[in-house]
Design a protein. Structure first.
Length: 292
C-alpha cells in the first residue's frame, strides 16, 4: 500500500486566534500550556517522522485546540520505520499498521499537513523560511527532523544499484530488486544492516556484507554477542566480510568501495548494494537557525 494518502501541497490555512479551550487541569507542567498565546499563529512541527507525528497527536490528545501545522518533505503520513528492514521489506505486511494515526485523522483533528522543507528558522521573527520560498509564521516550533543515513563519500557511490534505506521509497526500490537468486552487498552490519541481510536472505537473495570490526553488531553488543549474531548469519548463507583491523570510518568506506567495485566489476554481482541505515547523521545541523 502506498503510504501517501494523495494529499497535495495546499496553502496553509491561517486561522484567526481562537479560544484554545485548554484543559487547565492539564496545564501545570505540560508542554503546551498555551493560555498566554497571543499571535494566533500555529504550533509548527518540522518533521513528519515518528516524533513529529506523535507530537501532533499528543497536542490534540491532551486538549490543545489551537492551530497545528505538521511540516515535512517525506510523502505520506507519519509512520514507524521498523518494518522497512523487516516485514515490509519482505512483503509480509503493509505499513498502515505502523501509522502514528490513520491517514484521515489529521484532517479530522484539524492538523494541517504541509509538504515542504524548512530551510531557516528565525526564532526572533517567529518565522520559518521554506524551500518553496514561502514564509511560515509560528507561535511555537518543534524541530523533529530526525536523521538521515550517512552518505557514502567514495568513488562510484553515485552509480545505479546502490540504495540507502530510511524511507518507504528507498525500501520500495530495494524490494523491486530483491528477487530470488540475485546478489546483494549490505554495507554496514549494525541493527538495520543485520535485519536487511536477514530479510534479503529470506527472500532468496545471496547476501555479502562488509563492515568494520570482526563481527556484526560488535560495536554495540560486544564481540561475544556479535559472534553469535555472525554465526547465525553464516549459518543462513550470508557471506560476512569483516575488516579484522577494526578500521576507522575512512577504512570502512574503503571496504565498502572494494565490495562495491567487486559488485560492479564481477558479473555475478549483478543486482545491488544496499547501504543500510546506521549510523545516521542528525538532520538539525542541516537547517539554519538564526539566533535571536
Ligand atoms: C529501516 C529502519 C528500521 C528501524 N527499525 C527500528 C526498530 O526496529 N526499533 C527501533 O526502536 N527503531 C528502529 N529504527 C529507528 C527509528 O525508526 C528512528 O528512531 C525513528 O525513525 C526516529 O524518528 P524521528 O521522527 O525522530 O526521525 P525521522 O524518522 O528521521 O523523521 C524525521 C522526518 O523529518 C523530515 N525532515 C527532515 N528535515 C526536514 C526539513 N528541513 N523540513 C521538513 N522536514 C524535514 C524527514 O523527511 C523525516 O520525515 C529503524 C530505522 C530504520 C531506517
Amino acid at each position: 500500500m502506498d503510504v501517501s494518502d494523495g494529499q497535495k501541497d495546499t496553502p496553509r490555512l491561517i486561522r484567526p486566534a481562537t479560544d484554545p479551550q485548554i484543559d487547565t487541569d492539564r496545564c501545570g507542567g505540560t508542554m503546551f500550556c498555551m493560555a498566554e498565546r497571543t499571535s494566533g499563529n500555529p504550533i509548527v512541527i518540522i518533521g513528519t517522522g515518528l516524533a513529529g507525528g506523535n507530537a501532533a497527536a499528543t497536542l490534540r490528545d491532551e486538549g490543545f485546540a489551537g492551530p497545528v501545522v505538521l511540516l515535512g518533505h517525506e510523502p505520506g503520513v507519519p509512520f514507524g520505520r521498523p518494518p522497512l528492514s523487516k516485514t515490509y521489506l519482505r512483503a509480509e505486511e503493509e505499513l498502515d499498521g505502523w501509522y502514528v494515526r490513520p491517514a484521515g485523522w489529521y484532517a479530522d483533528h484539524d492538523v494541517e499537513r504541509r509538504s515542504d522543507t524548512a530551510v531557516t528558522v528565525d526564532p526572533a521573527a517567529h518565522t520559518i523560511i521554506l524551500a518553496s520560498g514561502q514564509e511560515l509564521a509560528y507561535d511555537k516550533v518543534l524541530i523533529a527532523t530526525g536523521g538521515r543515513n550517512r552518505q557514502l563519500n567514495i568513488p562510484g557511490a553515485g552509480l545505479p544499484g546502490l540504495h540507502y534505506l530510511r524511507t518507504k521509497a528507498e525500501c520500495d526500490a530495494i524490494k523491486a530488486e530483491a528477487a530470488k537468486g540475485r546478489r546483494a552487498v549490505v554495507i554496514g552490519m549494525g541493527f538495520i544492516g543485520c535485519e536487511v541481510a536477514a530479510s534479503l536472505t529470506q527472500l532468496g537473495v545471496q547476501v555479502t556484507t562488509v563492515f568494520p570490526g570482526e563481527e556484526p553488531l560488535e560495536r554495540v553488543l560486544g564481540g561475544q554477542v556479535g559472534g553469535v549474531v555472525g554465526a547465525f548469519h553464516r549459518a543462513h548463507g550470508v557471506d560476512l566480510r569483516p575488516d579484522p583491523a577494526r578500521v576507522t570510518t575512512a577504512a570502512e568506506m574503503g571496504a565498502a568501495l572494494r565490495a562495491y567495485r567487486a559488485w560492479a566489476g564481477d558479473p555475478s554481482f549483478r543486482t545491488m548494494a544496499a547501504a543500510s541505515g546506521s549510523p545516521i547523521q542528525p538532520r538539525a545541523s542541516e537547517q539554519s537557525v538564526t539566533p535571536s
